[in-house]
Design a protein around this ligand. Structure first.
Ligand code: CS2
Length: 489
C-alpha cells in the first residue's frame, strides 16, 4: 500500500511528537525570508514551542526568494514537516506546526505578504550573500544584482533591501503597524548591518522614508546556532519511520540549539523563551563568540578537511592530527572573544568539539566550504586582526587562510575539479588565470579581492609570510603532509 503524504496531524501514526496545539487555530504574524533547512530547524521550532506554551497569532509565512521547491513541498503538506534530532544517544522526531502557506520565487506575492497588516515581524536567513550589503561601508552594494534591479524598479522589488523598503513604505502609507526586522544570519551585528543597508537603500529613493525607518523600525540583532546538514534520502526515510507518512520537507539537526536576541519588539513577539531563546541588551559579544569560535573553526576544518579527503566534520574530528588543529583554533579564537560574563569559554570550546564529533550528524565539509569570500572576513580575518594588534600568535588564522586559498584553486589533489559555490567564483577564476603558479602570486591575487581581507592585515609582513609559507607547503607536499607539519610545529 502506498504511504500517505503528511498533511494533517491526525495522519501521524509513528512515534514523532506532535504539536501541543492546533495549527489552524493560530493566524500568521511573521514573514520569514529564506526557507532553508536552517529556518526549519531553528526559528520555526522555537515558534512552535512558543505557540504551544503561550499561543498567539504567530505562525510563519515562509518565503523562498529564488526557488519554488521548498515551499511547494511544504504547501503540499499544509506546512507540516518532521524535525529529526540526531544525537550520539539516539534519534527523536517531532512534527512542527508553526509554518503556514509558503511562497516560492514570487516577489509580488512576497511583497503582498509583507504588507499584510497582521504581520508584525520579518525574520531572515538569506545567507551572507543574500543581503546585498557592502560590508566595508555598511550601505547597499549597488553592484549586487538584486540591489541594482530594485534601485531601477523600486515598486516591483525582488531582493531583500528592495522588498523590505517597499513593504515599510506601503505599511507606513496604509497606517499599519511598523515591522520589526530580525536578521538570523551569521553576520556580525546583523541587526545594525541590515538597518544600515535598508536605510541606505531607502535614502537613495526617498529621504523622508529613510528618516521614518531610522525612527520607527527596529532591527534587533540575534545570534543563532544549530548545526543543520542538508537533508538526504536517509532523512526522508527516517521521517517516514517516525511519522508513518511520506514527508518531502523533513530535515535533521543536532539536539543543541541556541538563540540570543535583543529584545526590541515594540509590536509584540512570540514567547520564544519557550524554545530556549535568551533575550539580552546587546548580542554583539555572543555573536563574536559564535562567529570566531564555532564558525571560524568550522571554516578552517572544512577547507583543510575537504582537501585531506574528509567528507564530513565528524571524520575530520576522527583524524587526530586535524582534531589537534581544531583544538588549537578554538583556544586561539577564545582569546579574541574577550570577557563574556557568565560564559566559560573553555567549556564552550569543549562543547563545540563534542558537537563537531557527533557521530549521528553527517555535516559535509563541502557544505561549509561554500561562500568562503562571504565568511572569512568575520570568521578568520576579524580575530586575526585582533590577534595582530595584540601581538598574539597568528598561526591558526594564517593556516585557515592558506587552506581557503588552496581550496580556491578549484581542484583537489587527485586533480578532480569542484565548483567553489562562491559569489566571487568568476572573479577568483579570472585572477588565478593571470597569476603565476606559486604561493606568493596566488596569495597576492586572491587576498586582494575587493572587500575581502582588511588591508591592515594583508600589508603586514608577518601575516604575509605566515600565509605564504603554509600555502607553499600545501602546494608542494599536499594537504595531509601540510596538516601534519602544522600540528608538529
Ligand atoms: C557553518 C554554519 O555552513 C557553515 O558555514 O559554519 O552553517 C554552522 O553550522 C551554523 O552556523 C551552526 O549554527
Amino acid at each position: 500500500m502506498a504511504v500517505q503524504r503528511l498533511s494533517a496531524l491526525c495522519d501521524v501514526t509513528g512515534p514523532a511528537r506532535r504539536p501541543a496545539y492546533e495549527p489552524a487555530d493560530h493566524g500568521t504574524g511573521i514573514v520569514h525570508l529564506g526557507l532553508g533547512a536552517f529556518h526549519r530547524a531553528h526559528q520555526a521550532v522555537a515558534t512552535d514551542d512558543a505557540l504551544a506554551a503561550h499561543g498567539g497569532n504567530w505562525r510563519i509565512v515562509p518565503v523562498s526568494l529564488r526557488s519554488r521547491e521548498a515551499s511547494e513541498a511544504l504547501n503540499a503538506q499544509n506546512g507540516l514537516y518532521t524535525l529529526i534530532e540526531r544525537g550520539p544517544g539516539g534519534i527523536s522526531g517531532r512534527v512542527v506546526g508553526a509554518i503556514s502557506h509558503g511562497i516560492g520565487a514570487d516577489p509580488a506575492a512576497t511583497l503582498k505578504a509583507l504588507r499584510d497588516p497582521a504581520i508584525r515581524i520579518v525574520t531572515l536567513t538569506v545567507t551572507e550573500k543574500g543581503y546585498g550589503i557592502d560590508r566595508a561601508t555598511h550601505g547597499p552594494d549597488w553592484n549586487h544584482d538584486a540591489v541594482a534591479a530594485d534601485r531601477k524598479a523600486p515598486d516591483a522589488p525582488v531582493g531583500v533591501l528592495g522588498l523590505l523598503t517597499a513593504a515599510i513604505k506601503a505599511r507606513r502609507d496604509a497606517g499599519s503597524v511598523p515591522l520589526t526586522i530580525l536578521s538570523c544570519d551569521n553576520l556580525p551585528e546583523n541587526g545594525a548591518l541590515l538597518r544600515a543597508g535598508v536605510v541606505g537603500f531607502a535614502r537613495a529613493l526617498d529621504e523622508d522614508l529613510a528618516r521614518f525607518i531610522e525612527s520607527e523600525i527596529t532591527f534587533p540583532s540575534s545570534m543563532v546556532d544549530r548545526i543543520t546538514p542538508a537533508a538526504t534520502a536517509q532523512t526522508l526515510a527516517e521521517a517516514e519511520r517516525l511519522t508513518g507518512c511520506t514527508d518531502l520537507a523533513a530535515i535533521e539537526t543536532e539536539p543543541f540549539t541556541q538563540w540570543v536576541i535583543e529584545d526590541r519588539f515594540p509590536n509584540g513577539r512570540p514567547y520564544w523563551e519557550a524554545g530556549g531563546a535568551i533575550f539580552v541588551e546587546n548580542v554583539a559579544p555572543y555573536e563574536r563568540m559564535k562567529l570566531t569560535m564555532l564558525n571560524g573553526t568550522h571554516s578552517m576544518l572544512a577547507y583543510a578537511g575537504f582537501l585531506s579527503g574528509h567528507a564530513y566534520v565528524r571524520d575530520v574530528m576522527g583524524d587526530p592530527v586535524l582534531a589537534a588543529l581544531v583544538e588549537r583554533h578554538l583556544k586561539a579564537a577564545a582569546l579574541e572573544v574577550g570577557d563574556l560574563p557568565g560564559i566559560d569559554l573553555s567549556a564552550y570550546a569543549g562543547d563545540l568539539a563534542e558537537r563537531f564529533r557527533n557521530p549521528a550528524i553527517a555535516h559535509a565539509t563541502y557544505q561549509i566550504a561554500m561562500d568562503g569570500t562571504e565568511k572569512l572576513p568575520q570568521r578568520i580575518f576579524a580575530p586575526a586582526l585582533c590577534a595582530l594588534r595584540a601581538g598574539r600568535d597568528l598561526s591558526t588564522y594564517a593556516f585557515a587562510t592558506a587552506a581557503w586559498t588552496r581550496y580556491a584553486l578549484g581542484t583537489d589533489e587527485a586533480g578532480n575539479a569542484y565548483s567553489l559555490r562562491d559569489p566571487k567564483e568568476n572573479l577568483i577564476v579570472a585572477r588565478l588565470a593571470d597569476a603565476e603558479r606559486n604561493a606568493g602570486s596566488i596569495m597576492t591575487a586572491l587576498l586582494a579581492l575587493p572587500g575581502f581581507a582588511p588591508q591592515e592585515l594583508t600589508v603586514d609582513p608577518n601575516w604575509r609570510a605566515a600565509v605564504e609559507s603554509r600555502l607553499a607547503a600545501m602546494l608542494t607536499h599536499g594537504m595531509t603532509e601540510a596538516v601534519r607539519r602544522e600540528a608538529a610545529a
